[in-house]
Design a protein around this ligand. Structure first.
Ligand code: FES
Ligand code: FES
Length: 157
């Protein structure tokens, strides 16, 4: 099958590529751009590990084709803080021990970045709803919720 040209922005950098029509966005990011912070767990939209931001919205990159990123602004976990210091949310994860193996963490952070942008003063139940599609096998979720509430209290994600 013929490749298709795409042009998008990834973590603030313009990217042009020729991709197979059925290449997933997750595989494009990981295998073509070496952005391996985007993790793949289930590869069918259930675990949330592959969550990234597309035009500011959290999406599952295993469920998008790379060609669907054409003309869009993509942010992965590598671009959340860029070259600067960690965001308040990332610092709160560290302070609250909201990660253990870290496999779910990139998807959690990207999901919660979009969530806090829209809901800067969430309740604990709001946070639980926000991460209800992100599976974590390690933490029991309590420290994650506490980290988000702590970050929100400080007024920046
Ligand atoms: Fe995409 Fe699980 S790898 S949702
Ligand atoms: Fe291990 Fe969440 S920290 S899966």
């Amino acid at each position: 099958m013929n490749n298709i040209s795409i042009a998008c922005t990834v973590n603030g950098q313009p990217v042009k590529a020729e991709v197979e029509p059925r290449l997933s966005l997750a595989d494009f990011l990981r295998e073509h751009l070496d952005l391996t912070g985007t993790h793949l767990g289930c590869e069918h939209g259930v675990c949330g590990a592959c969550t990234i931001l597309v035009d500011g919205a959290s999406v599952r990159s295993c469920l998008m084709f790379a060609v669907q990123a054409n003309g869009r602004e993509v942010v992965t976990i590598e671009g959340i803080a860029g070259d600067g210091p960690m965001t308040r949310l990332q610092c709160a994860f560290r302070e609250h021990h909201a990660l253990q193996c870290g496999f779910c963490t990139p998807g959690m952070i990207t999901t919660l970045k979009a969530f806090l942008d829209e809901n800067p003063n969430p309740s604990a139940d709001d946070v639980r709803d926000a991460i209800s599609g992100n599976v974590c096998r390690c933490t029991g979720y309590v420290p994650i919720v506490n980290a988000v509430l702590d970050a929100a209290r400080e007024g920046t994600s």
